[in-house]
Design a protein around this ligand. Structure first.
Ligand code: 5GP
Ligand code: ZN
Length: 113
């Protein structure tokens, strides 16, 4: 999608510290990490958020969930980790291309702010 930051990263028009890639998904380090590990995982296909997900996206979603558990392993997040996706302004979504935050490497609190 034109003018979408994460589409541009997916198409390698913008630089990112990529840690994982397949034909359908890309993972890269967040530019403003909130924990020792903070990776963003996106589908290469533009979807604005999980609110746009349908059953037709089942394969890519399963791929993303599996990718996050392998990333957690390769990032050595043995103490646990959090996966988060923000939807809409109340949740603080700032980039309107579906992304999962994989956050770990420190103790976290609940509920989030
Ligand atoms: P959201 O606020 O939509 O849940 O998450 C967007 C995330 O994208 C934020 O954590 C922010 O730091 C990250 N981000 C914004 N712009 C860039 C960028 O150009 N490169 C990278 N790697 N991360 C970005
Ligand atoms: Zn996009």
């Amino acid at each position: 999608m034109a003018d979408c930051l994460f589409c541009k990263i997916a198409q390698r028009e913008l630089e990112a510290d990529v840690v994982y890639e397949t034909g359908a998904v890309l993972a890269f380090r967040d530019i403003a990490p909130v924990a020792p590990t903070h990776v963003l995982l996106i589908p290469k296909e533009h979807l604005a958020s999980v609110a746009d997900v349908t059953t037709a996206h089942g394969d890519v979603l399963v791929e993303m969930l599996a990718a996050m558990s392998s990333l957690a392993e390769s990032e050595n997040l043995t103490g646990g980790y959090r996966i988060v996706t923000n939807v809409g302004s109340d949740a603080g979504q700032s980039v309107n291309h579906l992304h999962w935050h994989l956050i770990g490497g420190r103790k976290m609190e609940w509920p989030p702010g």
